[in-house]
Design a protein around this ligand. Structure first.
Ligand SMILES: NC(=O)c1ccc[n+]([C@@H]2O[C@H](COP(=O)([O-])OP(=O)(O)OC[C@H]3O[C@@H](n4cnc5c(N)ncnc54)[C@H](O)[C@@H]3O)[C@@H](O)[C@H]2O)c1
Length: 350
C-alpha cells in the first residue's frame, strides 16, 4: 500500500492561476495597498532580518538569482531571473517562484508562483517609497517602459499615492498601446507620449522601468527638473542602468540594502562611498526623507529579499478559506522519522 503523506508533508502551493484568482478575489488595488502595508511593516523591523546581497549567476543573456532572508521565525527565498532578450522570443523578461519555511523545523509552509507576485510587490514597494518621498500632492506620473511591470507600477501609485494621471512612453509604441488599453476604465487619465521628454512634462513622479542588458540613458540631465521623485526600477544588475550619472549627482538617493545596490543599482556608476540613505531608516523615522520642495529624490530600486518575504507573508495570511491553493506532496515525511528507506520500500508498486 502506498503510504499517505502526513499533514506536514503537504505544502500549500499557489499556482499562477491560483495567484490570479487570489488577486481578483482581493482586488488589484486593495491587494497592492495590503502588500504596501506588509512591506512597510517589515521595513520598520528591518534590523532583525538576516540580510545578504542576492546570489546572482550571470550569463551573456541574463541573470538568475536567489534571494534569501529570515526574521528568526520564518525563512523565505525567491528564485528570479532577468533576461531582457526574452520578450523577442515570446518569453517573460522576469519569472519567479518562492517559498516560506518555519525556522523552528525547517519545514516549508508555502510554495508560490512569484512572477505575478513580483510585479505586485515591486509596484507596492515603489508606491510605499513614493508615499514617503514624492512631493506632497503629487497627481501626475510618467511611466517610461510600458512592459510587464508597467500597469502594476501605475495602479500602485494610484492606490497608495493618489496619482490620477499617467503619461506613458516606450520605444515600442505597441507596448504603450497595450498599457493604455489595460489601464482604461480604472479611474486614471492616460496620456500616450511620443518621447520621454513629453512623458515627464508636468510629472511629479517619474518611473523608469525599461529592460536592456547594457548601460542605457533613459533620463538625461537636462530632462530632470527640480522637485520630482524618480522611481528607477530597471537598473538592477551590474552593467544595467537607466539614468545619466549627472542625474544621480543632483539627486538625494535612497536605497534598500547598500551592499546589494552598490553592485546592482544606478549607484554602481558612482564612487563606492557616495552617500545614500537606507529606506528603512526613513520609514522608521531615524533618517530624513524629502527635506525641501525643490529636492530631487531618487529611489534606486533593485528589489530586495525582504520585500518578497513580506509578499509571501501577505499571501500566506490571505490564503485560508479561499481555496486558491493546492496541497503539494513536497516533503518525504515518514511516520518513523528514521525510516526513510522503509517508506521507499513500502511505495514499491511491484
Ligand atoms: N527593481 C525591482 O525590484 C525590479 C523588479 C522587477 C523587474 N525589474 C526590472 O524592471 C525592468 C522592466 O521589467 P519588465 O518585466 O516590465 O520588462 P519588459 O521587457 O516586459 O518591459 C520593458 C519595456 O521597456 C521598453 N524599453 C526598452 N528600452 C527602452 C527605452 N530606451 N526607452 C523606453 N522604453 C524602453 C521595452 O520596449 C519594453 O516594453 C527590467 O529591467 C527588470 O529587470 C526590477
Amino acid at each position: 500500500m502506498i503510504p499517505v503523506p502526513s499533514d506536514k508533508a503537504l505544502v500549500p502551493f499557489v499556482s499562477v492561476d491560483d495567484m490570479m484568482q487570489l488577486i481578483h478575489h482581493i482586488g488589484v488595488e486593495p491587494m497592492l495597498l495590503g502588500l504596501a502595508e506588509y512591506i512597510e511593516a517589515d521595513f520598520r523591523r528591518w534590523e532583525l532580518f538576516d540580510k545578504t546581497p542576492r546570489i546572482a549567476s550571470h550569463s551573456a543573456e541574463g541573470v538568475i538569482e536567489l534571494m534569501p532572508t529570515s526574521d528568526g521565525e520564518v525563512y523565505g527565498f525567491k528564485y528570479v531571473n532577468g533576461h531582457p532578450k526574452n520578450t523577442r522570443e515570446g518569453l517573460q523578461t522576469v519569472t519567479a517562484f518562492g517559498l516560506l519555511a518555519e525556522v523552528a523545523t525547517g519545514y516549508p509552509v508555502l510554495l508560490s508562483e512569484m512572477t505575478m507576485l513580483t510585479a505586485m510587490r515591486t509596484a507596492a514597494t515603489s508606491a510605499m517609497v513614493a508615499k514617503h518621498l514624492a512631493p506632497r500632492g503629487a497627481r501626475v506620473m510618467a511611466m517610461i517602459g510600458n512592459g510587464a511591470q508597467a500597469e502594476f507600477q501605475t495602479l500602485a501609485m494610484k492606490a497608495v499615492c493618489g496619482i490620477d494621471t499617467v503619461r506613458l512612453y516606450d520605444i515600442d509604441p505597441a507596448a504603450t498601446a497595450k498599457c493604455a488599453r489595460n489601464l482604461t476604465g480604472r479611474g486614471l487619465d492616460i496620456i500616450a507620449c511620443e518621447s520621454p521628454e513629453e512623458a515627464i512634462e508636468g510629472a511629479q513622479i517619474v518611473t523608469t522601468c525599461t529592460a536592456d542588458k547594457q548601460y542605457a540613458t533613459i533620463l538625461t540631465d537636462n530632462m530632470v527638473g527640480p522637485g520630482i521623485h524618480i522611481n528607477a526600477i530597471g537598473g538592477d544588475c551590474p552593467g544595467k542602468t537607466e539614468l545619466a550619472p549627472a542625474v544621480l549627482q543632483r539627486s538625494t538617493i535612497f536605497v534598500e540594502f547598500p551592499p546589494q545596490t552598490r553592485i546592482e543599482g544606478e549607484i554602481q556608476q558612482l564612487a563606492p562611498d557616495h552617500p545614500v540613505t537606507e529606506l528603512w531608516q526613513v520609514i522608521s523615522g531615524t533618517a530624513p526623507g524629502r527635506t525641501a520642495p525643490e529636492q530631487i529624490t531618487l529611489f534606486d530600486s533593485v528589489g530586495f529579499a525582504i520585500e518578497d518575504f513580506s509578499a509571501l507573508r501577505y499571501v500566506r495570511d490571505r490564503l485560508p478559506g479561499t481555496g486558491y491553493y493546492h496541497d503539494l506532496d513536497l516533503l518525504a515525511d515518514p511516520d518513523d522519522p528514521r525510516d526513510l528507506f522503509g517508506m521507499l520500500l513500502r511505495a514499491d508498486p511491484g
